[in-house]
Design a protein around this ligand. Structure first.
Ligand SMILES: Nc1ncnc2c1ncn2[C@@H]1O[C@H](COP(=O)(O)OP(=O)(O)O)[C@@H](O)[C@H]1O
Ligand SMILES: [Mg+2]
Length: 355
């Protein structure tokens, strides 16, 4: 496998590409960014502007295997490349990625999930796209007057007020091992989140009292769904109740913090699990955090960010529009508070020098 050429395809792939590189895999990649650190980790990188661009690129590129990251689990991949996927099949990703279909499956299997409003909406409700993406398009609907006139491709769901979490697992199609329970940073004002529900990063581990139960639910669900490789299950914990929110049937953004907290190489673990080699449950060595910083207003990158703690480094001269991600800060520490303080300190002290 390590001699083979693996194409990594996602909305942003730096975390996956660099994990693969550290484990000695031969990778090339396609994403929407031209981050300097992605280019340092892979052998060939193509930056695309829109989804449809990948059809041409896939025809041109030569590769043995394909690994999917965020966003492209919902893309109708050409038949010719589907068999090359290392992970869940295209059909499985399509099934699980459709939130209405997933809600139906979760209901049949007996997992707790927010109610879907088919006819009469109860307020407050969450309006979401049937196929999600970083939470950006989710909206809280407080009353009838917040309802948009057109909502094609969206659905309405019970709003659960609680803590956003996730569990990352790996599985071989039958058995699954939960790697970590993660806190999700969602809609964080201090990171200039572009919306109330946008994914802004993670803190690992999630140390709440429901973490162990969540891990059991996630690995059971991965088995029930016959998932393969790495998968993420998003939850909301409301006091003693645990709601399954969605299943991300591919490598996720939590990869960075899992690696920083456990020492595991996630890409290697993903590949090995597909071939039946599951790891022991990893030991958590420390807390770690990943924080995506969004642009408060349009900015231009003046210098390459060289400060320690930054990843997803944009190239010089890049213009980043308001609400779009600029870069990411990673930090480790003995507690959640230490990690969050470090992130805040690095952001305030270092970032202004580069914009
Ligand atoms: N029913 C809900 N009630 C409250 N918050 C929700 C609900 N559904 C989603 N969210 C919030 O929005 C975030 C993104 O939603 P999710 O369904 O995971 O979409 P995406 O696929 O875009 O990540 C979740 O992590 C959670 O914080
Ligand atoms: Mg999600």
């Amino acid at each position: 496998m390590k001699e083979d050429k693996i194409l990594i395809l996602g909305s942003d792939v730096r975390h996956i590409v660099c994990s693969a590189r550290r484990a000695g895999y031969n990778v090339i990649s396609i994403d929407f960014f031209d981050d300097v650190d992605t280019l340092e980790c892979d052998k060939d990188h193509i930056t695309i502007r829109e989804d449809e661009d990948i059809r041409e690129e896939l025809k041109r590129m030569e590769f043995d295997h394909l690994v999917i990251g965020s966003h492209f689990e919902n893309f109708d991949l050409p038949r010719s490349v589907r068999d090359k996927i290392l992970g869940n099949s295209s059909e499985k990703m399509a099934e699980v990625g459709d939130k209405l279909k997933l809600a139906e499956i979760l209901g049949e299997l007996g997992y707790r999930h927010p109610e879907i409003y088919d006819d009469r909406i109860k307020f407050p409700a969450v309006m979401k796209p049937i196929r999600g993406g970083g939470g950006i398009k989710n909206r809280l609907i407080l009353s009838e007057k917040d309802l948009p006139e057109y909502h094609d491709g969206f659905f309405f769901q019970e709003y659960i007020k609680g803590r956003s979490t996730s569990v990352s697992s790996v599985s071989d199609g039958e058995n699954a091992i939960s790697l970590t329970a993660n806190e999700q940073l969602i809609g964080e004002k201090f990171l200039n989140s572009p919306s109330d529900f946008a994914y802004c990063g993670n803190i690992v581990p999630y140390a709440g009292k429901k973490a162990g139960e969540m891990e059991k639910i996630a690995s059971q669900l991965a088995s029930d769904l016959n998932l393969r490789g790495f998968n993420g299950v998003d939850f909301i914990v409301k006091r003693d109740e645990i709601f399954v929110i969605e299943v991300n049937p591919r490598l996720c953004g939590s990869l960075d913090t899992i690696e920083l907290s456990t020492g595991l190489n996630v890409f290697d673990t993903h590949i090995k699990s597909i071939f039946g080699e599951l790891p022991d449950e990893p030991e958590i060595k420390n807390f770690s955090g990943k924080a995506i910083i969004f642009a408060k207003r349009d900015v231009e990158v003046k210098k390459i960010i060289t400060e320690e703690g930054f990843v997803d480094i944009p190239p010089i001269g890049k213009r980043i529009l308001e609400g779009k991600p600029i870069t990411t800060i990673l930090a480790t520490g003995a507690s959640r508070e230490i990690v969050l303080n470090k992130i805040g300190e690095i952001y305030e002290r270092a970032l202004p020098k580069y914009l």
